[in-house]
Design a protein around this ligand. Sequence first.
Ligand SMILES: [Zn+2]
Length: 226
Amino acid sequence: MPSISMANLFAFNRMKVNFSVCHSFTDQEFAGVSLVPDKRCTPRCSKCGRMVKQIHSQRNRGVRDLPLGINQRTWVNFHYRLVKCQHCDSIHVEASDVADVGGPRVTKRFSRYIQGLCRLMPVSKVAAHLGLDWKTVKNIDKQGLIEELSKTDYDGLKLLAVDEVSYARYHKYLTVVIDYESGRVVWSGEGRKRETLEQFSLTCRRTSKMVLKQWPWICGSPIRRW
Ligand SMILES: [Zn+2]
């Protein structure tokens, strides 16, 4: 049976495993892994994504990762660097696919696992299963939904309709743009004023020239008279 090294299990870009330990208690095992930046790789700025030359400082942050087995929680001591970006002319965190420094204390891949489980189980069950606070799970699930639903898909649009939906006892409204042929919600924005729909128009202009060409009446002057 082929053996799997810890480095294979934690093969994050531009990072390397420094050391790993395992502790066993009565009914729970803990694995700890220390990840440090691989000095052979040139760091990138998380803001602009470009290579940077100057390291400002180094910090570390403890984050939960995917469990290594049943009843085995994994903690990663994530060492990250602040870089002085010559392109942004300011200090930013080095780009990394391990974890978001300003986000919840979980790795990105553990976050995706949590979001996947939340499609199948209630938040409270996911939290109990993984030994996390339910508020942490709720926030991670919410962030995943925002990222997933905020991407506007313009593919195959031929006929659009606009609807308004009220909530909070008619005190608040959403403007909803629909693909009239399939019923798919294409875009939504808070409010029901002309400016709300103009946001959709702006998104069209930024996102796709094809949409502009196909939908001049949406992205052009008629929308401004609406
Ligand atoms: Zn930058």
